[in-house]
Design a protein around this ligand. Structure first.
Ligand SMILES: *[C@@H]1O[C@H](CO)[C@@H](O)[C@H](O)[C@H]1NC(C)=O
Ligand SMILES: *[C@@H]1O[C@H](CO)[C@@H](O)[C@H](O)[C@H]1NC(C)=O
Ligand SMILES: *[C@@H]1O[C@H](CO)[C@@H](O)[C@H](O)[C@H]1NC(C)=O
Ligand SMILES: [Cu+2]
Length: 169
């Protein structure tokens, strides 16, 4: 009898595991270990490749690490982002680390408003998608590495159910 109860608990835990996984907001550290800097001459695609390498979902968090007082983070319109015009900003984050919640879908345009830093490549544009999980129907087809996750999430509960069924019947 006790064994059956333990199995039921295991099945319940296995079913809840993927749920918790998919509702967690991801944190993205902008520029990785380099942080939020003026990219070096040989690495001007630092932030475009960072944007390309990440999937940003609603309520994910961007973390900008920089030297407070030497850089900042501002949000801009697309027009001002494209021309690196930082005279009119939407929001300004002046203290590091700046943690910005991606609280809507669509494009976000970030730059540093310190003199000429934006034109030197300290700018980042990202696209935020609605799907908060890889199982969401609206999200684009997941890349191969992500596709493994739902498979594991489905396989584990199925395994437990199979074990439980064998014991019960
Ligand atoms: C993005 O991925 C490419 C290819 O894997 C890698 O060379 C590059 O360093 C990555 N860039 C960042 C900012 O993570
Ligand atoms: C920058 O944007 C402001 C506000 O929209 C505008 O008045 C100014 O002319 C722009 N500067 C340049 C160099 O385009
Ligand atoms: C997102 O958060 C910012 C503050 O960081 C706020 O100004 C903005 O109105 C919020 N947008 C939505 C859609 O809630
Ligand atoms: Cu800067």
């Amino acid at each position: 009898m006790a064994n059956v109860e333990i199995l039921v608990l295991l099945v319940a835990a296995a079913l809840l595991m993927p749920l918790r996984h998919t509702t967690e907001a991801a944190e993205h550290v902008v520029g990785g270990s380099a942080g939020w800097i003026i990219p070096s001459q040989g690495d001007t695609s630092l932030y475009t490749s960072f944007a390309a390498n990440n999937t940003f979902r609603l309520n994910d968090i961007l973390v900008f690490n920089f030297a407070t007082g030497f850089h900042n983070v501002v949000t801009l319109s697309k027009k001002h982002y494209d021309s690196c015009n930082v005279s009119e900003v939407m929001q300004s984050f002046d203290t590091a680390p700046a943690r910005i919640i991606l609280n809507r879908t669509g494009e976000f345009y970030f730059a540093c408003a310190f003199s000429s830093h934006c034109s030197l490549g300290q700018k980042l544009s990202i696209h935020v998608t609605a799907g908060s999980s890889s199982l969401a129907p609206l999200s684009p087809p997941p890349p191969a590495s992500r596709a493994a996750m739902p498979l594991v999430a489905v396989t584990i509960p199925v395994l437990f159910i199979a074990v439980a069924t064998n014991v019960l019947f």
